[in-house]
Design a protein around this ligand. Structure first.
Ligand code: R2B
Ligand code: URA
Length: 310
């Protein structure tokens, strides 16, 4: 019998060794983590990953490579001269995965289906490796609502395009609803590390809307299809804004729902690339955009350094 969401959804942050809420895994001879080309039989996952305490997910492979390099500097990790961080998932061309001291930096691609796959495999990876007390982050980009572009939003709770605070997943021909709350302590600790005056941009806690599409799903007028007008768009976005939503992106619902289900402490930190109450197109020059995209990375790196007493 499939368990009801009530039975499944008690958010109890795990303490100690990372456990899976799947009774089948430990009875398997081998567990192939197909999309990152690793397996608990062919690789010594304990030796490779047991010291991991933080997993940082982000959409773009290049950005997650840059984040790994940034962490080498920030955490003062020693890498032999002439060498650089290596992509441990090089046997697959779906995602990239770097390890820098106690931190994994991994790409998740765009949208919930892509994030879902890598989340399953990373959670199994850290379970097989015997990791304990691991915190997950998503570092991303988003469209802001009523915020100066470049502002950073830490997600309090993620909602879908109908503003419902859970992810619906069709499972065995049924629709299961998985709550998408995030750990409020991690969010508060993160926001306390930001200083809007010194930084020159604001960092706030707010709700995030997660959609299944970038164009019509986010009420854009500039997709290849559009069956509504400017007034319809603005009525929807204003309603969303009034409900406390501060940004819109495409993965937080699943990320939050899976952290909640797993009892893993997690946070979503996204920079806003534009104000959706003012437009649809992203026209900011590349170098400014690069600097904006480093903002979630700086905040999460500061959090990690604080935790490691660096
Ligand atoms: C933010 O940016 C991407 C779309 O441009 C998507 O992955 C997201 O959540
Ligand atoms: N990512 C999104 O999903 N939406 C935006 O508007 C910008 C980045």
């Amino acid at each position: 019998a499939v368990k009801t969401e009530e039975e499944l959804s008690l958010y109890i942050p795990q303490e100690g060794l990372v456990q899976l809420r799947n009774p089948h895994i430990n009875g398997m001879d081998e567990d192939v983590l197909y999309h990152i080309a690793l397996s608990n039989k062919s690789n010594n996952l304990t030796e490779m990953f047991q010291d991991v305490k933080f997993v940082c997910f982000g959409g773009s492979p290049t950005r997650m490579h840059k984040f790994a390099e940034y962490l080498v500097e920030e955490l003062k990790i020693k890498i032999p001269a002439g060498l650089t961080v290596t992509n441990i998932a090089h046997g697959s061309d779906r995602y990239v995965l770097y390890k820098v001291g106690p931190v994994i930096s991994v790409s998740h691609g765009m949208g919930i289906p892509s994030l879902s796959i890598i989340f399953h495999e990373i959670l199994k990876l850290i379970h097989h490796a015997g990791c304990s007390d691991v915190i997950f982050f998503r570092l991303g980009t988003s469209g802001g609502l009523g915020l100066e572009p470049g502002s950073v939003v830490i997600t309090e709770e993620s909602v879908d395009g109908l503003l419902r605070p859970y992810m619906e997943l069709s499972t065995l021909g049924m629709i299961l609803q998985h709550p998408s709350k995030l750990d409020q302590d991690v969010a508060r600790d993160l926001v306390s590390l930001a200083n809007s005056e010194e930084d020159g941009y604001v960092t706030i806690i707010g709700k995030t809307m997660c959609t299944l599409d970038f164009y019509e799903g986010q009420a854009r007028l500039d997709g290849a299809f559009c069956d509504y007008n400017e007034a319809d768009k603005m009525a929807y976005l204003s309603r969303v804004h009034k409900r406390g939503i501060r940004n819109i992106e495409m993965e937080s619902l699943c990320f939050a729902a899976y952290c909640y289900r797993a009892g893993i402490r997690g946070a979503v930190v996204c920079v806003t690339l534009l104000d959706r109450l003012k437009g649809d197109q992203i026209t900011t020059p590349h170098d400014i955009m690069e600097e904006w995209q480093s903002r979630p990375q700086k905040l999460v790196a500061a959090y990690i350094k604080r935790k490691l007493n660096i």
